[in-house]
Write a protein that binds this ligand. Structure first.
Ligand code: R7I
Ligand code: MG
Ligand code: MG
Length: 370
């Protein structure tokens, strides 16, 4: 199921399916990549295909009795914390989000593999009982320059769903939630870029010109961010994405990692996720993946080519899910991923807020970090 290319967008994918696709895609990309996350190297695409198929078979043949047997990591923990807080409060409440991050972290197994500095920060704010300026500890990290890890982008999927249709609010909230843990302009701009990429995918029926998709995203980031200092590297990386998209020969993992990058830093991973989505729009680009649908092509490529496989997987999955819709995921993998029912519930809750327009959702996120 889900292996044929029959799930390519034909006409309009319903928005509810796209919301579910964004959240479920993020979770699934994290779960798929989790298997390879500690290898910190590229692996053969065929190996990930084998893992994908073996897992699906286990479910089909009822060998896997327990639902959710493929674990997710910190990426999804933090996505749930952020998204569920937005729904609970119908607004962005920074202290509540931070508390959710830190309490989930404190209760989690080491295998969730939180970023090193993020873990230190979460322990610290919890021990201080969330008192004082909640944005302050993140500012102090890395000798005052703040983290540029990809942690504030990997969790961002609920943001474009919360403010769907309003890129200014999406950008502001992506930035604000980033500053809870990642204040470095490269980290903040990475979160904004990823949020804008999901929003653009939600709004797009067909991509005729993948290079223009990247260019539009960069222009939007450039216009909306208040962190102009961290932009130059994104200009360079978007150019690298465009260059590799236009390559006549097959782009292999070493070139992808050299020119775009797929490690734990924001500027060397968000562009990679955008590349994986756009490069695989054409089923013929990666011959080994040609019989799989576009969503699977994007996420399998991300897990195989990327060093930070869970995180590039989750970010490519969120963008691809917003474009192709949740039907592009196989039922077997929905069964396999830990907390997939909760992911659907989260997406539906955000969708409902959009359609009813209740609460403070229409206010701009309030900055507490002056
Ligand atoms: O960004 P973060 O939450 O980590 C996310 C990653 C994802 O791959 C997750 O799946 C998880 O495995 O971790 O956590 P941070 O600790 O803020 O950043 C991650 C790493 O980026 C740091 O441990 C550093 O190695 C690096 N890094 C920096 N290095 C030098 N100077 C981040 N900021 C800097 C910096 O300013
Ligand atoms: Mg992770
Ligand atoms: Mg990771």
């Amino acid at each position: 199921m889900g292996n044929s290319s029959s799930h390519e967008p034909k006409g309009v994918v319903p928005m509810k399916s796209r919301f579910r696709g964004a959240v479920m895609g993020s979770l699934y990309g994290d779960c798929l990549g989790e298997r390879y996350e500690n290898m910190w190297t590229e692996i053969d695409v065929k190996r990930v295909i084998m893992y994908y198929n073996d897992t699906a078979k286990k479910v089909r043949e009822k060998e896997a009795k327990e639902k959710g047997f493929v674990p997710h990591t910190d990426d999804s923990c933090m996505m749930f914390d952020l998204g569920e807080s937005l729904i609970r409060n119908k607004s962005y409440e920074p202290r509540d989000v931070m508390k959710s991050f830190a309490e989930t972290h404190a209760a989690s197994k080491p295998q969730r593999n939180y970023g090193k500095n993020a873990a230190i920060l979460l322990r610290d704010v919890r021990e201080r009982n969330y008192e004082g300026n909640i944005y302050y500890p993140a500012k102090r990290q890395f000798s005052g320059t703040g983290s540029y890890g990809n942690g504030s982008a990997m969790r961002v999927a609920p943001v474009p769903l919360f403010y769907h249709g309003d890129p200014v609010k999406i950008s502001n909230l992506a930035s604000e939630q980033s500053r809870l843990t990642h204040t470095n302009p490269k980290g903040v701009n990475g979160a904004i870029l990823q949020a804008l990429a999901i929003e653009k995918a939600l709004n797009t029926d067909n991509i005729d010109d993948p290079a223009q998709f990247v260019e539009d995203l960069y222009m939007q980031l450039n216009e909306l961010t208040s962190d102009k200092a961290g932009l130059e590297i994104y200009r360079e990386k978007c150019d690298a994405v465009v260059k590799l998209l236009s390559s006549k020969s097959l782009v292999k993992a070493p070139q992808y990692n050299k020119e775009i990058g797929s490690d734990v830093t924001a500027h060397r991973s968000i562009p990679a996720a955008i590349f994986c989505f756009l490069y695989t729009l054409n089923p013929k680009r990666i011959p080994a993946l040609s019989k799989y649908n576009g969503f699977l092509r994007a996420t399998i490529l991300a897990a195989a080519y990327s060093h930070d496989s869970d995180t590039v997987g989750c970010m490519a999955g969120a963008i691809a899910g917003a474009y192709y819709g949740v039907e592009a995921l196989s039922e077997e993998w929905k069964f396999a991923c830990e907390k997939s029912d909760e992911a659907i519930k989260l997406a539906d809750g955000l969708y409902e807020l959009n359609t009813t327009g209740t609460g403070d959702r229409n206010e701009d996120p309030v900055a507490e970090n002056e």
